[in-house]
Design a protein around this ligand. Structure first.
Ligand code: ZN
Length: 245
């Protein structure tokens, strides 16, 4: 495994009290009526601006008395969130032969969407980091690329990551082997613009080790814990960084 770049964003872990602050909030998945996850109120409202607002006793639209919230997420995504909240890992380490080292790209995308919707920037960054690392050994499937392009805006960090992974890790030989019918048209246009305008017609992929060393913060959201930022009344700040390709 090549050496990976490191995040220079804020590492703002929750105070220890947040693990015991308040009751347990039950999050219900959209696809399983029998299983839920539970997270202490203080921890949930530290990380997420959405839940901090929803559970805010002073907000008109809040519901501070709620301890059970129906989400639109599937159980698999909530379980990844649960793991990350307590361990900062999206999954358990590999313990035995056959265990997978990474989550599937599709699931990582869904985790990123979850973090985006519920205002949890560091969770989005963790999903990007696993995709970045995984991209040193495997590519996303075109169907995953399509899924991401169909669910993001052009300014999205995830879309930028996907574009960079295609334009820097792929090369003409591998790119044209991808099934055309699954490729999102907007992505193909973005690649064409990149090659014809910014690269003067020459596709210049980088090596896997160079890809691993790329500054991953260009795909990160460094706003800090959503709930904490909301609490402090600070506007989210984003670092302006250039890719060190
Ligand atoms: Zn970063």
């Amino acid at each position: 495994m090549p050496e990976l770049s490191r995040c220079i964003g804020p590492l703002i872990d929750p105070p220890i009290e947040s693990y015991t602050n308040g009751d347990q909030i039950i999050l219900e998945p959209s696809d399983d009526a029998n299983e839920t996850i539970q997270i202490p109120r203080g921890l949930l409202t530290w990380h997420s601006s959405f839940f901090a607002a929803k559970l805010d006793s002073t907000a008109d639209f809040g519901d501070c008395g709620a301890n059970r919230i129906q989400t639109k997420e599937k159980l698999e995504v909530l379980k990844v969130f649960f793991s990350w909240v307590y361990t900062r890992r999206l999954k358990d380490p590999v313990r035995k032969p056959g265990d997978k080292e990474y989550l599937e790209f599709r699931l990582l995308s869904e985790v990123w969407f979850f973090g985006d919707f519920y205002g949890i920037p560091s969770l989005k960054n963790a999903a990007i980091d696993m995709m970045h690392e995984q991209n040193t050994i495997s590519f996303m499937r075109p169907s995953d690329l399509r899924y991401i392009y169909e669910n993001t805006l052009p300014v999205s960090e995830l879309r930028k990551f996907v574009f960079d992974s295609l334009s820097l890790v792929q090369n003409p030989k591998t790119f044209f082997k991808l099934p055309q019918e699954d490729m999102p048209t907007a992505l193909v246009w973005d690649i064409l613009k990149q090659i014809l305008i910014k690269m003067n017609g020459k596709w210049k992929p980088v090596s896997r080790s160079a890809w691993a060393k790329l500054n991953r913060c260009v795909w990160h959201d460094h706003a800090g814990p959503g709930g904490m930022v909301r609490e402090e009344g600070r506007a989210p700040k984003r670092l302006k960084l250039s890719n060190a390709a």
